[in-house]
Design a protein around this ligand. Structure first.
Ligand code: UD1
Length: 349
């Protein structure tokens, strides 16, 4: 199949493009003129044995908010399916700059979906987040739980979901899958692709990897007084390769049936297993043999004690289930960190 991937140069996007190419699909990546480097895509091409910019992996630089800048390229490519990753992703940043979050995540999604519709796309997969469930979500949380986002980022994801519901009502040929991610971590097993946060990482595992690699002295553990088994917060960490495979499995399931039958599906993407922050640190030390010095500090404002997905819905329908454990997440993250201590900046672009 032919797949348009917006945000395909990002962390989740690059791994998904890699798995799509390995499965024999052709890809057009649309990525931003500002935030993205093409190095991950050059590496994706090299891993798949295809030419970057060639027929199997095309690339178009454009801002999702400006459909005139990519409409022609998309129509010419003629995608069967779209995976829409492009978006802003920091809950904290969204509190300071909500307008940008609504413009990129909501208006940008509407623009991409409109172009997809014009191109006759039958399967539209949207990158959403467990953040839409808010602070009071049950553990584990099912897809039918109440939604109650607490940041502009969370609201923007939920609003984008609604945009796609409405667009499906207007044009039922385009089936929609909304994937709500829990905590994606890890890296491609080759050590060539991984997460490359700019500046100080806000998320746990990239920070842990940099402490183990010697770039930072110690980790701050945000709170050890939660009502959990060891006092630290519980999250549903999922290997990024599992997440990438979930996308390919979902797309293949979607294009095999009419959009009317697909409708609008909402699925959690996690492992369905809660792991604490301390357990992740211990796994990292055990698997890598490196110490991860840490100190417990105050809770981070807005953090919840526990988050964990119910994952049966997508397994029952699509047949996908995460298969990599915590050790695999740590092993692959560490291989990436060791081979790329400065992320992609070591390459010449
Ligand atoms: C955060 C976002 C979420 C986003 C997700 C993936 C918030 C409130 N939520 O989730 O919307 O989808 O990232 O990008 O920001 N921790 C430490 N020390 C650190 C970093 C994190 O102890 O240096 C702890 C956190 O307090 C949390 C756990 O590790 O308990 C996981 O944190 P993180 O990786 O930032 O993910 P979330 O907060 O779950």
């Amino acid at each position: 199949m032919r797949v348009l991937v917006t945000g395909g140069a990002g962390f989740l996007g690059s791994h998904t493009v890699s798995v799509l190419l390995d499965a024999g699909h052709d890809v057009l990546v649309l990525d931003s003129p500002v935030s993205s480097t093409i190095v991950p895509l050059e590496r994706v091409a090299e891993l798949a044995g295809v030419t970057f910019g060639g027929p199997r992996l095309r690339f178009h630089r454009a801002d999702v908010r400006e459909p005139v800048s990519y409409r022609e390229a998309v129509l010419e490519f003629g995608p069967d399916a779209v995976v829409h990753f492009a978006g802003l992703k920091s809950p904290t940043e969204s509190l300071a700059d909500p307008a940008s979050y609504y413009m990129v995540n909501v208006a940008g999604t509407a623009a991409v979906a409109q172009v997809a519709n014009a191109a006759g796309v039958r399967a539209f997969l949207f990158s959403s987040s467990a953040t839409v469930y808010g602070d009071e979500a049950p553990v584990p949380v099912g897809e039918d739980a109440a939604v109650a986002p607490v940041t502009p980022y969370g609201h923007s994801k939920l609003m984008a979901e609604q945009v796609l519901r409405d667009m499906h009502e207007a044009e039922r040929r385009m089936g929609v899958a909304v994937l709500r991610y829990f905590n994606p971590v890890g890296a491609h097993p080759s050590g060539r692709l991984g997460e490359d946060p700019q500046g100080v990482p806000a998320n746990l595992m990239p920070f842990v990897a940099r402490v183990a690699g010697g770039r930072y002295e110690k980790l701050n553990v945000f709170g050890a007084d939660f009502a959990t088994r060891d006092g630290s917060a519980v999250r549903d960490f999922i290997h990024v390769m599992d997440l990438a495979e979930a996308h390919v499995a979902t797309l293949e399931w979607m294009v095999a049936r009419p959009g009317e039958e697909v409708g609008v599906r909402v699925w959690n993407i996690g492992r369905g297993e809660g792991v604490t922050v301390f357990e992740m640190i211990q796994a990292f030390e055990r698997v890598t043999g490196r110490p991860v010095p840490f100190q417990v500090v105050e809770r981070r404002p807005g953090d919840i004690a526990a988050s964990c997905a119910s994952v049966d819905a997508i397994a029952e329908t699509v047949g996908w289930r995460a298969c990599r454990d915590t050790d695999a997440m740590v092993r692959d993250l560490w291989a990436w960190q060791q081979a790329n201590p400065s992320g992609y900046a070591g390459d010449s672009h």
